[in-house]
Design a protein around this ligand. Structure first.
Ligand SMILES: Nc1ncnc2c1ncn2[C@@H]1O[C@H](COP(=O)(O)OP(=O)(O)OP(=O)(O)O)[C@@H](O)[C@H]1O
Length: 250
């Protein structure tokens, strides 16, 4: 039996009497790409916040590679190998694409050394490799401020990958993107899924269809069901709580 990379048991988060997560159970295999959907307020962001240590569970536990994350802070959890991409890109706008990635590759080196120090061959290869993966090699020397929104999203995903996490948590990566940019980000996530475990939260159902193998549906802080996109879309409970009642055709 494969050891799960992430195991969540009976997770409850209580905000002043309101259960944002309610006895949630969830697990992820190493190398799996999982998409989580659910209506507004279902608890998706709180779910990620609990994994990264931003929110402490009221009950239950989160285990990453077998280790219980209770009482670890965000920094300690990130160092264990969990990286998070927030909805809005958080890149350094005044730095070039290359320097953003270089900085991410060398977090401990500091900004001054990254910008003015001499990069060694190994670092160059890493940055070049990531540039290629995220499709921004031609824009390496451009200031990040000049990138499109979709390119900034890809750059930030690259910056996350530069820190070599085992598990990537990606929150609504295609909100506000054009169709073409959405497809680019989808292809990037599929490429990264070849050697990372990834959880993506997303509302855009076309995008979910593009990337999803298994989809988990959250509702009122609990797991409503899991399955392929087709199974989810035909599940009467999902239709009722999330997709809305289907219109009868004549
Ligand atoms: N710090 C907090 N204090 C009180 N209630 C909170 C807090 N954070 C979230 N909530 C509530 O918990 C519920 C779940 O919120 P959460 O943001 O996790 O949902 P979501 O599924 O990510 O929603 P959306 O799709 O709208 O982003 C919501 O009703 C929200 O108002």
């Amino acid at each position: 039996m494969t050891e799960k990379i992430l195991e969540i048991d009976n997770l409850t988060v209580n905000f002043d009497g309101f259960k944002a997560l309610n006895a949630l159970t969830f697990s992820l295999d190493p190398g799996e790409l999982r998409v989580i959907i659910g209506p507004n307020g279902a608890g998706k962001t709180t779910f990620l916040d609990t994994i990264t240590g931003k929110v402490q569970p009221t009950e239950g536990e989160v285990r990453f590679k077998g280790q219980n994350l209770r009482n670890l802070n965000e920094h300690q959890i990130s160092r264990l190998g969990i990286g998070r991409k927030f909805q809005t890109p958080r890149v350094y706008l005044n730095l070039t694409v290359w320097d953003n990635l270089d900085l991410a590759c060398n977090r401990r080196k500091g900004v001054f050394q990254t910008l003015f120090g001499k990069p060694d061959q190994g670092e160059r290869l890493t940055v070049s490799g990531i540039l290629q993966t995220i499709g921004l090699s031609a824009k390496a020397n451009l200031e990040a401020a000049l990138l499109s929104h979709g390119e900034k999203q890809r750059l930030e995903i690259g910056m996350l990958v530069a820190q070599s996490p085992d598990l990537l948590l990606v929150d609504e990566p295609v909100a506000g993107l054009t169709d073409e940019e959405t497809e680019n980000v989808g292809n990037l996530l599929l490429t990264l899924a070849e050697n990372h475990s990834i959880i993506v939260i997303e509302h855009d159902m076309e995008f979910v269809r593009q990337i999803a193998r298994t989809v988990s549906v959250l509702h009122q802080g609990s797991l409503l069901c899991e399955g392929t996109m087709d199974e989810i879309q035909n599940n009467p409970r999902v239709i009722e709580v999330y997709l809305g009642p289907s219109e009868e055709e004549d």
